[in-house]
Design a protein around this ligand. Structure first.
Ligand code: NI
Length: 278
């Protein structure tokens, strides 16, 4: 086989080059850049992760005295404690999503559950309690209690109370009437017989009308004050979508999340300290 002079010189040149690169192995390697080059495809760039803000653990007591009174739409206004409440669940897809968001931020909320839904989703109801949230009585069928007799009200509350206890092992300590509808006489009857204060709200973003997640967030951020009880529904998916920005915005403003019972216990303590000062 004849090798042309041109090919010969090319071969010699390539041997020379590879010989040179062999000597370079002892030289210090250039510093590694942030992007890690893989054998195929583009360089890998690590994603930017924004840290999730965390609600500080608030060691307020959970037990409130009977002297706290029959109905409440807010707690004490001298401290930045607020209570997020979620009604009408548990819901099989929305509630787990919400629980993940709450857990990521160390936020404890209060769930006003419907008895029928507790019966349908017992494991989910247990998860709510296991993760430190409070459960309140929101009746069995989401009835308008203003239209019921006292006996009808008792049926709604008794059945719901019983299934919450048998499912989770904990007693609901407060109730919220569906639609906020409850006569003063009925509130007093429930407080006397069950020990449940009637819990209404100070902030209502009207999320059940589905105005869009950003509207829900801005309504809550604009209206929340010290001691606010905030109404929302884990029945509606857009409400859940609104929650990360809502939680993070409220934390940024300095608010601290507690449960409704903790808010009432703190309200009672504040009332006691004011009465001893006077
Ligand atoms: Ni409701």
């Amino acid at each position: 086989m004849k090798i042309s002079p041109l090919l010969y010189s090319l071969l010699a040149a390539s041997l020379f080059i590879s010989g040179c690169s062999g000597k370079d192995e002892n030289k210090p390697k250039p510093p590694q850049t942030k992007a890690i080059k893989t054998q195929s495809g583009p360089a890998y760039i690590p994603p930017r992760v924004r840290p999730t803000p965390s609600n500080p653990t608030v060691n307020l007591p959970f037990n409130f005295p009977r002297s706290i009174g029959v109905s409440h739409s807010r707690g004490d206004t001298s401290q930045p404690y607020i209570a997020m409440t979620f009604d009408d669940g548990p819901h099989p897809t929305n509630t787990p999503r919400l629980l993940d968001m709450l857990r990521a931020r160390n936020i404890k909320a209060t769930f006003y559950v419907i008895g029928e839904n507790v019966k349908r989703y017992p494991a989910l109801t247990r998860r709510i309690v296991a993760e430190g949230h409070e459960i309140g009585n929101h009746t069995w069928t989401h009835a308008n209690l203003k239209k019921l007799s006292d006996q009808g009200i008792r049926r709604e509350l008794d059945r719901t109370k019983a299934i919450i206890i048998s499912t989770t092992g904990v007693q609901p300590r407060t109730m919220r009437p569906p639609y906020g509808a409850l006569f003063q006489r009925q509130r007093e009857m429930i407080f006397r017989e069950y020990g449940y204060p009637t819990i209404l709200w100070a902030v209502d973003p009207q999320d059940w009308k589905r105005p869009g997640p950003s509207v829900v967030t801005s309504r809550i951020l604009n209206s929340t004050r010290n001691g606010s009880i905030v109404l929302a529904h884990d029945l509606h998916a857009p409400t859940i979508t609104a929650m990360p920005a809502t939680f993070d915005g409220l934390l940024k403003k300095g608010y601290r999340f507690v449960t409704v019972s903790q808010l009432l216990a703190q309200k009672a303590a504040a009332q006691r300290s004011r009465s001893t000062v006077q």
